[in-house]
Design a protein around this ligand. Structure first.
Ligand SMILES: C[S@@+](CC[C@H](N)C(=O)[O-])C[C@H]1O[C@@H](n2cnc3c(N)ncnc32)[C@H](O)[C@@H]1O
Length: 216
């Protein structure tokens, strides 16, 4: 064990064993998600993805379906599908995204220029690619369109796993409201939550894109 054991995305861990991140099953799943054709490169996000896999494993014991809002090419959700062998599970995985970036009307005027550049750089149209990526998982369903408008377009009765990762606060708050989560925060957030028993894991946002217009 070294003094600084691991550098992770937005945080470091000292003097702790992190060997669980080297677990073969997790590493295989993580590589599977990483190879999805996104533009992010290789960021040190094993910790976040591992925690999400743990929460997804726990969610298997709860009623309801899996949901991700903000999917892009499916890095996180493909990792989870592989890790928990989603084809062996009697649940659906609803994958909400515009698949082409943040909707303009949700962007604050003061962040407009930055956000539109961000869309151009990071969010090309990946709908067809993402459909192909998830095609091995018969009950993983990409739903294209703007969140929250699309949330009611599919028959979700209960949610056991919810990952919100849209980088824009209005749609994230509205998703929380739509799924019955009480959440007050002045910033956009990146969270993984299993609703039924309240297990909650959140990482604060890391880019300057913190605000968006008030929910409509
Ligand atoms: C940070 S990326 C998601 C990364 C993904 N979770 C992963 O594991 O790689 C944010 C995504 O949110 C989508 N997005 C942003 N605002 C949205 C909205 N209001 N409705 C639907 N999708 C949105 C973007 O198109 C983009 O693909």
């Amino acid at each position: 064990m070294t003094r600084q054991a691991e550098e992770h995305f937005c945080f470091s861990v000292w003097d702790q064993h992190t060997n669980f991140l080297k677990d073969r099953k997790f590493q295989d799943a993580y590589e599977f998600g990483l190879n999805s054709g996104h533009r992010y490169g290789r960021m040190p996000q094993e910790w976040q993805f591992y925690i999400a896999c743990c929460l997804a494993s726990h969610a298997l014991h709860l009623d309801g379906d899996f949901v991700e809002c903000g999917v892009n090419t499916g890095r996180m959700s493909l990792t989870i599908c592989k890790y928990i062998n989603f084809n062996s599970i009697d649940k659906s995985f609803y994958l909400f995204d515009t698949y082409c970036g943040m909707p303009e009307y949700q962007i604050l005027e003061s962040e407009r220029e930055y956000a539109l550049d961000y869309n151009k750089q990071w969010y090309p149209d990946v709908y067809e690619l993402t459909k192909t990526n998830f095609s091995p998982f018969t009950r993983a369903i990409p739903v294209r369109g703007i969140v929250p408008d699309t949330l009611a377009s599919v028959p979700i009765e209960a949610v056991c796993y919810l990952h919100l990762d849209m980088n824009i606060v209005a749609s994230e708050l509205l998703s929380c409201a739509s799924f019955g989560i009480s959440f007050r925060e002045g910033q956009s957030c990146y969270l993984t939550i299993t609703i039924s028993n309240g297990t909650f894991c959140r990482n604060k946002r890391w880019t300057p894109l913190r605000k968006s217009k008030e929910p409509r």
